[in-house]
Design a protein around this ligand. Structure first.
Ligand SMILES: [Cu+2]
Length: 128
């Protein structure tokens, strides 16, 4: 009888270890749902994938865009006053209202630009 009790005791321990092991797996399964929340956190720094930027209300909109190498980006002045789009690589010169400036980004990199008339106006193009 005692041997049978020991066998049952042993089976109980094995079963409880298996249960703990499976419950650990369940807790790790909850991690992917935490990971799925990260893209939402990343959206606080939007790098919009598009090839046009609107200049309006003394700002570049979107302020930051992301394009592939070789993309021609069009900047359109939708404001009521003149602006420029200037960086180390390009300079639009004065853009009057409704004027556009096009630039083709042939090399990967991050291009910070600004308006030389209003240097507080800044934007960024990320070329991949
Ligand atoms: Cu300006």
């Amino acid at each position: 009888m005692k041997k049978i009790n020991l066998i049952f005791l042993g089976l109980f321990f094995v079963a409880s270890f298996l249960f703990l092991g499976s419950s650990c797996n369940y807790s790790s399964d909850t991690k992917p749902s935490v990971n799925s929340n990260q893209p939402a956190a990343d959206s606080s720094q939007p790098a919009v994938t598009q090839n046009n930027v609107s200049i309006e209300n003394f700002s570049f909109n979107p302020q930051e865009i992301q394009v592939n190498v070789g993309t021609e980006v069009t900047f359109t002045n939708n404001d009521s006053t003149a602006h420029t789009v200037k960086s180390d690589s390009f300079d639009s010169g004065n853009l009057n209202p409704k004027d556009t400036f096009k630039y083709t980004f042939s090399n990967p990199g991050t291009y910070n630009y600004y308006c030389s008339l209003h240097p507080s106006m800044t934007g960024k193009v990320i070329v991949q």
